[in-house]
Design a protein around this ligand. Structure first.
Ligand SMILES: *Cc1c(COP(=O)(O)O)cnc(C)c1O
Ligand code: SF4
Length: 341
């Protein structure tokens, strides 16, 4: 298929099924027109997409696109990645840094807000750009650590024996090369008081081929306990490739958890949430958090009011096993943990 890319260049946009993950990452869809064409959707959606795209560009891996239904403009996966007109509306209470993270950054690329664990911004970018992302306005450029900054981050961890868990976040940490991640993992394992390595990532979901031999090698052989927190919002995001990636991770001893965001017209029904929990567990992932939306500018149209969120989870509890009910939480900037609703 020949399509026009955002810079007007004619490009071959065919999906290469067996391309390695780096190639798939390079070939992500980066503009609304290509996205609509790939799904045989009309260009009347294009005008509305431009403003949002200019703020936070479209980014969709082909492996994720393949799970969408062509011709369905209301597809719950498409809604997570296609900018709508409402993104450029200014809505009271929806701001650019809702979590005030700028105030909790003792070193570039390090956020120490909660006891016992620190969040390391291990990479600047993501494989996918989710429209509701609370980091859509985040100044990532200031948070791509150089080698010197990594040394400072490691010193910070070495000097604070209360820290038992290092959380790699981003962006998406698994966008980084395995060489870099293996180096980091080794350096972290040398800090005696660290017990766990946690990785917050959406890559195994959006490009399952990311879970390759090299990754399983460094992740499978560290002395640290390993937890991977995935981000899946809808049961249709889990296809056989995601399921296989999860199986490979579990085989090397990684505990898999999932966090979702409650999103209007994506997963705001008991049926969808119940099926999501069932599917997650089927492929070996334990539901962990269901986040209410962070009030980030551009995402107000995804908001589900607190009362409705509570009622959805109360009804979910009557439908599925207790361990399949995620904790409904909100992140409040000054609190020492996520806040249950
Ligand atoms: C969410 C978050 C964590 C992890 O919190 P858990 O409740 O342990 O999952 C850690 N640090 C920061 C800054 C966070 O936002
Ligand atoms: S994968 Fe996570 S960090 Fe990246 S855009 Fe989506 S929500 Fe944001």
């Amino acid at each position: 298929m020949i399509t026009r890319t955002s810079d007007g260049v004619q490009a071959i946009a065919a999906h290469t099924p067996n391309a390695d993950w780096q190639t798939q990452l390079r070939e992500v869809i980066r503009d609304p027109a290509t996205l609509l064409d790939a799904l045989s959707l009309p260009h009347d959606l294009l005008a509305g997409a431009r403003g949002g795209h200019a703020q936070f560009s479209v980014r969709v891996p082909r492996a994720y696109l393949n799970r969408m239904t062509p011709g369905d403009r209301d597809d719950p996966l498409l809604r997570q990645v296609l900018p709508l007109t409402q993104e450029t509306d200014s809505v009271t209470g929806f701001v650019t840094d809702p979590l005030a993270e700028a105030d909790h950054t003792p070193r570039a690329g390090l956020i120490h807000k909660y006891a016992g664990r620190v969040l390391l911004i291990a990479s600047a970018g993501c494989a996918i750009n989710c429209r509701y992302c609370f980091r859509r306005h985040f100044p990532y450029e200031d948070h791509t650590p150089s080698m010197t900054e990594w040394q400072e981050t490691l010193d910070y961890l070495r000097n604070d024996t209360s820290i038992t868990e290092a959380i790699l976040s981003g962006g998406d940490p698994l966008v980084s090369s395995d060489r870099r991640l293996a180096w980091l993992c080794e350096a972290l394992a040398e800090i005696p008081h660290l017990r766990r390595l946690r990785i917050h990532t959406r890559l195994p979901v959006v490009i399952p081929d990311r879970i390759n031999e090299a990754l399983l090698e460094w992740l499978g052989n560290t002395r640290l306990q390993r937890v991977m927190v995935l981000h899946i919002n809808h049961p249709r995001e889990i296809d056989e490739h995601v399921s296989a990636a999860c199986q490979r991770l579990r085989q090397v001893g990684v505990t898999l958890l999932n966090q979702s965001v409650l999103l209007r017209h994506v997963n705001d029904s008991v049926d969808t949430l119940a099926e999501l929990s069932e599917r997650l567990f089927e492929v070996g992932i334990q539901p962990y958090y269901l986040h209410v939306l962070d009030a980030v500018a551009g995402a107000a149209h995804f908001d589900v009011p607190d009362d409705e969120a509570r009622s959805l989870v109360a009804r979910l509890r009557t439908r599925v096993s207790g361990f399949l009910v995620p904790r409904l939480v909100r992140e409040i900037p000054e609190e020492a943990s996520k806040t249950p609703l």
